[in-house]
Design a binder for this molecule. Structure first.
Ligand code: ANZ
Ligand code: ZN
Length: 838
């Protein structure tokens, strides 16, 4: 029986009460600094990063934990695998949400930000995360934002930051500019009507210069295809032609530039002979010159009407296509036909040349427009299976490939050939050029708000726009009591004379500072570099240390940042690489997005809905380990799932079983003798499963492998076959395998069972291939004697389950649907033969 000095009996051991030891271990881990990443080490490095969180006033809810728990598990696992792991945490503290929170609580954002970060930090510790807190950063601190300003200057020096005055949405109620997304539907995102456009100067970053590389670089990284695809679509690279249409005559007045033609951008030159009208965006510079006196009033009122719509609204395809005729005509190249010029707001000013050729027979929007205004719809491409002349009545545009009709010498060619031939002809004649267009726009960075990084630029009457020298950084955000915007369209900083008035660093004469601040995406575009040397003062990062850690090996966060943060930071890193600052061109080697955790009612957790589950309460009732196990087990990592209280109960019961197992049976391994081959086989199979499932981000099945193993050990105990060295070895190894997922209970057990050091600093167990049982087998499936598929099945399932799995397979289904299954022949583990009748 149980012998040995370190053995305890069950009553001494006590019940599983995580509240008694979780906080204790958290404190010890912090004091002993076991999660500190080493600045230099012979171990291979592993940089595991969570998206930079904005510390909201509401604190963490259990949904956020679905991001932090898996990365924490992985960091712990990699440490045990012998890696020097850096797992840091910091705060994306600047920006409008933080400012809004401060406003609504009547406090200063500095104060509320510090309060909220303290709460986040506390909660993250509460759930047992292993962050290296010595690297904590806060983007709203001068020690951080001076380098954000430094990067602004870098972009400026490289010609990638410029100031431009353009029309932007403005909400008179909020007294600030809005992005086009925030202005969708002509209503402010906060519900205010009466928004209008306002011409405001702003700073832009030239991300479009990197459009091609931002697409190509996606091939180099291990990212979810869904997110890569969103980036490609957002960048929207499109190859086509610019084609010039000669204007017949200019009826209107306007700036007398000598432009004689209108250029359109098209991806479909093969449809040229089907162009029955030309359309200008309302903002097109030639609108005035092309408008005839008779059409003047109609055009004028149309321009006013369309200036009220948001860009998003104009792009939506199912909206009514409205427009107005200018009174002018142009000549279609190659066929010499005169076609009318219209103005319509479904053509956008910022894309291509802001003008299109309308081909209603082959383009959806042109089709709707032509139907509404009774413009001719002339098919020039027919499906291969349709005879020319047949079915002239068109009820919808034909947008596929086909062969050409009504197209002069090109008639009869396939549309693909025709596109090339017509394109070549236009280029040869000097009326066309190949062109590449991108949907992505330059990145507007100016915000007329207080709580952000000041832009390090001054305006001097003598020298114009002057970037500040590095030695003048940081430009400190001035203290302000009332930091609300005042409706002037200028940033609140403009009201601080001591901030605004300065001297020009070039000539010394009086100058004014830029008063806008940068949007928060500037801070998050480089913060991951700062973690490598958070206290470094000579630059944004210490170059040698940065090279050791970067790029980030694993980056985890929500998919909602797919085309914002994840694109902006790739752009900044490419600029840094071109400036020779970093030796890589992609910051995040591997990216993963967790599924969303919905409230118990199936809705997105929101305070207003009252369905937010708070980790504080869960930890208090069940302990942090139960929360962690539940969140890992609830669903595959990337799937959405609802919170369920039964689930957290189940997680607690599992840990309680583990606890009791040790309390009942743990004896010091040195004391028990004898080996048990079956236990060893199960143990090594489990090590393999757990290891491979962690590596594959299959945490839910990783937990189930551990549960099965615990059940197996319980059975052994029930059958009184546990007093062996093998059994004790299994218990010791189980603590190691469970430690990354449930760090507290394992540390407590580690010490209760007489071990020293931290369980988290032990080596990860390795499996002996000779002892690993195959857990699945490949089973050939025949239908009526012919091999149709080979399926993977668990070793120990019965005929009924095997048949069920087999019948669901895509390769089997066609051979059994609508047929009666007359016989099943199953040779266990060897073959399944399905015999059908009829
Ligand atoms: C004639 C045509 C015929 C077109 C046809 C399409 C189909 P992507 O792929 O997005 O680049 N277009 C060009 N500039 C535009 C603008 N500023 N606003 C709105 N639409 C614009 O789309 C390129 C196509 O979008 C172009 O090819 C043009 O319509 C339209 F059967 O030209 B197409
Ligand atoms: Zn000057």
């Amino acid at each position: 029986m149980m012998t040995g000095s370190r053995t305890r009996n069950k009553t001494e051991w006590g019940e599983y009460r995580p509240q008694l030891f979780e906080a204790k271990w958290q404190k010890i881990w912090e004091e002993t600094g076991i999660y500190k990443a080493l600045q230099s080490s012979d171990r291979p490095k592993y940089y595991c990063l969570d998206f930079f969180p904005y510390p909201s006033g509401e604190g963490l809810h259990v949904g956020h934990c679905r991001n932090y728990i898996p990365t924490d598990l992985l960091s712990r696992f990699m440490r045990m695998r012998g890696y020097n792991v850096m797992h840091p945490m910091g705060w994306d503290a600047f920006g409008e949400p933080a400012e809004q929170f401060a406003v609504s609580h009547g406090i200063h954002p500095r104060y509320s930000t510090d309060m909220n970060t303290a709460n986040y930090r506390r909660q993250m510790k509460l759930i047992g995360t292993s962050y290296d807190w010595s690297r904590e950063i806060d983007s709203s601190q001068p020690a951080f934002y001076r380098w954000t300003q430094w990067f602004f200057l870098l972009l400026y020096k490289r010609g990638l930051a410029y100031r431009d005055t353009s029309w932007q949405w403005w909400c008179p109620t909020c007294q600030t500019t809005l992005s086009s997304h925030e202005a969708a539907g002509g209503v402010c995102w906060r519900g205010h009507t009466g928004i209008r456009k306002r011409e405001i100067p702003a700073w832009y970053f030239k991300i479009t210069d990197y459009a091609d590389e931002l697409i190509l670089g996606l091939e180099e990284v291990d990212w979810p295809e869904k997110i890569a695809e969103m980036q490609r679509n957002w960048i929207g690279r499109s190859e086509g032609y610019e084609i010039d249409f000669e204007v017949v005559q200019f009826p209107g007045s306007g700036d007398g530039d000598n432009e004689r033609h209108i250029t359109v951008f098209t991806t479909r030159p093969d449809t040229l002979f089907g162009a029955t009208f030309l359309v200008l965006a309302p903002e097109h510079p030639m609108v005035g010159r092309l408008t005839s006196p008779e059409q003047g009033t109609a055009v004028e009122s149309y321009l006013v009407k369309s200036s009220q719509k948001s860009e998003l609204d104009r792009m939506i395809t199912d909206r009514d296509k409205s427009g107005v005729f200018t009174g002018s005509f142009v000549i279609t190249p190659l066929n010499g036909e005169a076609i009318p010029v219209w103005i319509a707001d479904y053509v956008l000013p910022g894309y291509g040349s802001g003008a299109i050729m309308g081909v209603p027979a082959h383009d959806e929007r042109d089709f709707e427009f032509a139907e509404r205004y009774a413009v001719e719809i002339r098919p020039v491409i027919l499906p291969y299976d349709q005879q020319a002349g047949e079915g002239q009545e068109i009820s919808q545009p034909f947008m596929e490939n086909g062969y050409l009709v009504n197209s002069g010498v090109y008639t009869g060619l396939s549309s693909v050939d025709a596109a090339r031939r017509i394109g070549d002809e236009l280029v040869a004649g000097g009326i066309g050029r190949t062109a590449i267009q991108y949907h992505m726009r330059d990145w507007l960075i100016s915000r007329q708000r207080y709580w952000g990084t000041p832009i390090p630029i001054v305006y001097c009457d003598q020298c114009g726009t002057v970037p500040l020298p590095e030695s003048d950084l940081p430009v400190l955000l001035p203290e302000m009591d009332n930091f609300l915007p005042d409706g002037s369209g200028r940033s609140p900083l403009a009201r601080v004379p001591k901030f605004v008035h300065t001297t020009c660093p070039d000539c010394g004469s009086p100058a004014e500072r830029e008063t806008d601040t940068m949007g928060g995406f500037a801070c998050s575009s480089w913060y991951f570099l700062r973690f490598t040397s958070p206290d470094y003062r000579e630059g944004p990062f210490e170059p040698v240390v940065m090279r050791h850690w970067m790029p980030v090996d694993l980056y985890v966060g929500g998919a909602e940042h797919a085309v914002l943060h994840l694109l902006f930071s790739r752009f900044w890193v490419k600029v840094m690489a071109d400036a020779g600052l970093v030796p890589f061109r992609e910051p995040f080697s591997k990216l993963l997005s967790q599924g969303q955790l919905m409230g118990p009612d199936g809705w997105r957790m929101a305070k207003s809905r009252g369905n937010v589950v708070n980790p504080d309460e869960i930890v208090e009732t069940y302990g942090a380990d139960a929360l962690r196990i539940y969140e890992l087990f609830m669903a595959p990592f990337d799937q959405d799932v609802d919170w369920n209280t039964d689930g957290i109960n189940g997680a607690w019961r599992f840990l309680n079983r583990v606890w009791i197992l040790y309390a009942d049976t743990y004896s010091v391994s040195a004391d028990a003798e004898g080996r048990d081959h079956e236990i060893e086989q199960r143990l090594h199979s489990t090590i393999r499963q757990v290891t491979e499932r962690i590596q594959g981000f299959r945490f839910n099945t990783m937990v189930s492998a551990l549960m099965e193993f615990v059940n197996f050990l319980k059975d052994r105990q029930a059958n009184n076959r546990w007093q062996t060295a093998s059994y004790n070895q299994a218990l010791t190894t189980l603590m190691l395998m469970l430690a990354p997922a449930a760090p507290h209970i394992c540390e407590e057990l580690w010490h209760l069972t007489g071990h020293s050091g931290s369980v988290h600093q032990q080596d990860w167990p390795i499996w002996d291939p000779e002892l690993v049982q195959e857990t699945t087998i490949q089973l050939p499936v025949h239908v009526n004697g012919r091999l149709r598929d080979v399926i993977e099945i668990p070793v120990d399932v019965d005929e009924q389950v095997v048949t069920q799995i087999a019948m669901m397979q895509d390769k089997i289904q066609p051979h059994i649907t609508d047929r009666e299954i007359t016989r099943l022949i199953y040779v266990p583990g060897k073959v399944l033969n399905i015999i059908t009748g009829g």
